[in-house]
Write a protein that binds this ligand. Sequence first.
Ligand SMILES: [Zn+2]
Length: 940
Amino acid sequence: MKKRTLFFIEVFFILTFLISPCCYGKEKAYKEVKKVQYGQDTVHTYQHLGTGAQILWIENDSKEYGFAVGVKTPTINSTGVNHIIEHAIFTGSEAYPSPQLFFEASAAYPSLYMNALTSSDRTFYPFSTPYMPCYKALVKIYLDSLFRPNFLKEPSSFYEEGFHYNPNTKSLGGVVYNEMKGAYGSDNRAIYRAIRSFFYRDTPYTHDSGGNPEEIPTLRYEDFVATYKKYYYPGNMQILFYGQVPIQELLMTLEGYLRPYAYEEAIDLKVNLPEVPQFATLEVLPAQNGSSLAKVWRLKRPLTAEEEVALETWIEANWFHPQSTFKKALEQTGLSKGYFFKDEELPYPVYGIVFSQLTDQEVQESQCILNQLLDESLDKPQSNSLLEKEIIKRTQFSGLLVQESSERGLEVMEALNEAWTHDKSLDTFYLKLQALEGDLLGQLKKAPILLKEADEATLVLLPYKAQTTSNLEEILKKADRSKKNDWAQIVEDMITWQKINTDFSLPSLKLQDFVRDFKPQLVVKEKKGNTYLDLTCSSELARTQLYYPTNQLTKDQLPILFFYSHLLNEIAKEHIPFKGDIETQCLALEKKGEILPLFKIKVLTPAKETRHGELYQIIRQELLEKDKSWYEVKRQEWLKNYRTKIRENPLGLLGSLCKGYEGGAKHYNYEMGVPFYEWMKALEKQESKLWIKQVKDLDQLIYRSEGVTVATTGPCAYRNPYAKSWEKQFKKQEALAQKNNQTDCIETIYPKQSIVPIQSKVDYLYEECTLKNRQLTGKDYVTMAYLTAHYLNPQIRMGQGAYGAGGKAQFPDTLSFYTYRDPDYKASLKILEGIPAFLKAECSQEDFEQSKQEALNSIHVQFQLLQGCMEQADSLERLYLAGYTAEKINQLQQEVITMQQKELLQQADELKRLIKKAAQGIATGKPVESLTEDCKVYDF
Ligand SMILES: [Zn+2]
């Protein structure tokens, strides 16, 4: 589940309790039991009289409309039953009998967010959209799916989403089965699961709600249906509406679904906590990544909102802030970076500190030091009010970001549902915001006491030694608990079912209504050789983004530049006092066929802070003053993080490797991936630490007084003080030497095919095609949407049971195809080869029109049109730098609208050529037999 961030509301905290007798619905079906105002939100609590269901309406004037349903679903074993229900819910219902309902609905009705999530004790079904017609349509689809799912009558979706064996292809399918096989390769997940199971032994929190691949096959259809019936009734649900929605109408719609049910109380989630030992060694990690050490505390009671905020602030300030005594002492001992562990979605929260990727020797050595340091910090807590104030300021700032984000509705609904699930006061969420603004420093003194009173444990987490079942016979024996399990018949029925309702289509909305007219609002000015871009937003934040061309650097200097940029980000995180976010980034764009390498600086602060240029210079200076040991620690941390990153995201790694085969800006971006990693690894052997000098020297080669693009976004300000603060800096900088064009030096031959062996039972596949003679048009977006919905998804996801598959168009020149957590990449490769033939086959007019809708949606997502002003400015700046105006977005949308069905045919031949030439990446745990000549096998 997604981690929730705290956020605060600037408006005064007003509490007005109004117990209102007012009722909605014809027959007084609901009672409004409470109406409370918190800043901009008025939270109405209704009770459905017939069933006891709780309904919340968070009323405000937000531009997004949100809806969610939360169900209490305690986990009674590790068969993943709640997770499989969550998937199967959207595979067809009485009024919407389409096996692909979720994908069709998300294509037909554009949303900001649409998903479902399962955790140990609840399943949460949220979405949000800025379009009212879509909102109403999706609310009906969600309700019909939740209350009248077709899986009660027909088991095929249970097998499709859960587990099945296909005797024809001898493959093990099931979307959740493959999803979880992939998830079991993640270190972070294993650590989180281990800590939960340790503290909550013999409770619903011990089991894996996602499902253990060893146990998923044992789940029977009867138990799946019985679990749905046990949990999915209105009294066990909370239903949430967010924004300025027509509440009367919505409550009436809801009433139609609730009426058939009787009154019943929600499931009781109370648990008795087991006693736990103070030390345990657990074999739980996926192999290959070393061991982990965790120091964890389970609190003795649920915390108040104020205590929760105080404890988190205290831990962050005293253990994790780079300036804290504890953190400095830890670095002295050579202990690598630990991270803050927090599991609050529990009746009694767990906090801790975790070190991963350790050798056995490091585990032994570090335990003693760690205990000693932690004991000291808890026994004699030092007053660290400076750092504590810092953390509060940072938390308040990230609150402001959420406040302006387009996902605020989701955050609020998620928090309110979490409180309902765990019997906390619904105020908890708002009280946390209040706590951040109040006098928290007094509360902070109590924080170490909370930990000292808690149940404390040291856990040594080791790689998993027990053999998992990989023998097909054994797996099938587990699954074969019913005589009716005749797999050939099951698969045949499933395939028939998958095709059965393809005629069904959702009521479509007028396509033209979803074309976003993107009016160019970027004001462009030239001054003293620099370009100023400005987009005025009504915001409490202000942001400047500087783009320095870096084509004066040579190819050898690129890794130094990448590392320099990373180090600036690190120092910005450490810097006190906190004024806002400062980040740098290296990137390359293409303008009229030429590569445009850029060094980008972002300064984002509350709007009243205008000294952006000065703030950045302070950070820059601080970096140059850091000593060698700081640089060395950062180098080690980078390597560790990179290894984790590529293990946790094999598809991302493949995407980056495939860019090596391409020229231009793509190749530049490739250099930031594995080649940079190789360079960083090589530093280990450099005894002279010459690289530190190289990094410091590079600082002199970037900044220039001319040719810079300065983009500002924020509230309308007289003469733009943010840009002014940068002008002052330019005066201090010299004109730099002529460009060197490092990108011409890239001559090395790169492989077409990249193979990454991984320790996983599922595969990942990625193919990238680059258009050479033309740019993407709206038609490419339609084609990719059509292929994803009607070919790749049905064939690879539904047919083979991969967790995901699809195709994507990416402006300006890329078409890509991918599959992830795929049981068999070879079968998927064959399916990719069939793309041209599929495009030439017949296509229904309705399918084609719906793909246009999805194509519009993906253009909106790519250019962040549904997001806030800051995100839109980001897209506009990129377009400007690459030589386009916002008109390009309008043009792409028009090309989508006007595309004719016969044009799909024309795309078939081009795609055939492109796929043949595509760069290809494969990550697999299987032995790779036949390698093409142009292939490289990686070893990380
Ligand atoms: Zn899932």
